[in-house]
Design a protein around this ligand. Sequence first.
Ligand SMILES: [Zn+2]
Length: 418
Amino acid sequence: MAINQKAISQNATSLAVCYPRRVMAAVPNRAALLRILVIALISLTASHSLAEDIQTNTLYKIVVKPSGRPAAVHLARILAEDSDGSYLIEEQNGHQQLVSAVASGGIQPTGQPFQAWSKEQVAEDMLKRFPKGFKTHSSKHFVIVYNTTDAYAKWNAVLFERLHKAFYAYWKRFGAELHEPEFPLVSLIFESRNDYLKYAAEEKVQGAENMIGFYSMQTNLIATYDLTGIEGMIPDGQRVSTTELVNTILRQPAAERSVATVVHEAVHQISFNSGLQQRLALHNPVAISEGLAMYFEAPDLRSSSGWGGIGNVNKYNLALFRHYASNRPTNSLITLIQDDTRFQNAQTVNSAYGEAWAISYFLAKTRPKEFTAYLADLATRPLTTVNDDRQRISDFQKHFGTDLEKLDREFLKFIARQ
Ligand SMILES: [Zn+2]
């Protein structure tokens, strides 16, 4: 399949995995735009193997000369190439991008193997890219890049590390083979919502105003802003300077959705960096990625050790599903899995999120081993060029049985008891 470069350049938007904050409205066309780029990237990976002289674990110097713009040099490994001269490349910080207009003779091996950057290298690079006033804080797996308070950055790192530990422990119990992230996991925290929105605009993430954070599959970054100042939790102009105070503020009931959203984006990041899921996989239903993130989303902030929140009933999404259940079509499970259109429409996105949580909760609680095997199957599958509705359903049936009506009855009964 040829890559539609025109569509990419006109519609290029960051492959952000979103979670509309109040799930009030979908981000119209956003998913469709993402899909164009995903399809383009995937057509590249699936249709064209690398030329024999390109080694996937070699660091290349790639010179790109777009017409009318200055040349750019990338140090990266090459994941795929297309016959029209486009390449899917991955830089040492984990950023993936599609480059075209590669200069003639513009791909040269550096003579070094590809090596992911260390946390120190990533931190140094990020500080060069952001204005004065930004700082970094590193924990075992995460690099927090921020211009908010030190206390808030540290609070995030502690939260993410706890999530990371709980996430790996959870999946290990059911036989998932996860690996340590190859790249440091970077989280950008802006002091103000305005700065966050500016960054989202630069990254071409649409609908950021409906979200308090997002994870981008291209940059592999999470971006969010300081939540301790929102919704009147602290008076304007005050800075939260101790982690104790951060905890106190974010334990308020009003903060529950905000914290849940930050955790939600971090689950996406860990999921795509641990091998539980693969980036750019069209055969992976959005309902499953979102359901997974919602399954982990509500931490028990009173728990000082461990996580304590995995697999709790997500009351917010249960309410969304209950509201939908009274008018739920009989083929709802099929439409949820076979394609992602219900997530792309403002009228259906609420119920799609509610049902995605509900089905993931049901599968994780009643069929954890099958659910894990299903995820492993999707994560190790070669990428495909187009979404295949029937393939998605048959993948689902392979792990959860062919009688989907029976499964659906069991699902509804189970959720009704929650
Ligand atoms: Zn999400």
